[in-house]
Design a protein around this ligand. Structure first.
Ligand SMILES: [Zn+2]
Length: 187
């Protein structure tokens, strides 16, 4: 597994840790262009009470608002930019990334409930689109860390759940099942 990808994914994990500390679902990401991080972000859905404020869209907003990073209006402002995100992008983010022309995506663990890069719906490349080019998305980078931080969050926290469940019997599971290989790569 490429060292350079792991290096960037560790930066994304640091953002997920920041999310955890802020009592947000711990997902973090960095966008890399020309060997440098140009934006990094984490979930802010609870803070902003806005279910669209996922890490990826937070970072895209930063990139588009910065005139040095986005000097002119173009159809695909992320065509030379790679995303590293700790969890597979959801269907909403997966679609937004395609509309922005993202070059490529690397993620940590699969998103079994909302995944938009193949787990639930393959909006990145399986679904044909008349205009927007597809992008490759590869999982498995820092996967165990990405899973464990989500477990740490869900075992101690979900004050926003409609009916809080008793936490008395919760035990942090540490067993992680192996990845399932798919034709598009490990998820
Ligand atoms: Zn999302």
């Amino acid at each position: 597994m490429g060292e350079v990808h792991l290096k960037w994914m560790r930066e994304a994990m640091a953002m997920a840790e920041e999310a955890l500390a802020a009592k947000e679902v711990p997902v973090g990401c960095v966008f890399v262009r020309d060997g440098k991080i140009i934006a990094k972000a984490r979930n802010r859905t609870n803070e902003l009470r806005n279910a669209t404020r996922h890490a990826e869209l937070e970072a895209i907003d930063q990139i588009l608002a910065d005139k040095e990073l986005t000097p002119e209006i173009t159809q695909y402002p992320l065509s030379t930019t790679t995303l590293y995100v700790t969890v597979e992008p959801c269907i909403m983010c997966g679609s937004a990334l395609r509309q922005m022309g993202i070059k490529e995506v690397y993620y940590g663990c699969a998103n079994d409930r909302f995944g938009g890069n193949g787990s639930v719906l393959g909006v990145n490349e399986e679904l044909p689109h008349p205009v927007h080019p597809s992008y490759r998305s590869t999982g498995g980078y820092c996967r165990e860390d990405a899973i464990m931080i989500l477990r740490r969050f869900y075992i101690t926290e979900n004050t926003n759940a409609p009916v809080p469940k008793s936490k008395a019997n919760r035990v942090l599971k540490t067993e992680i099942l192996p990845m399932v290989s798919t034709p598009t790569g490990p998820i």
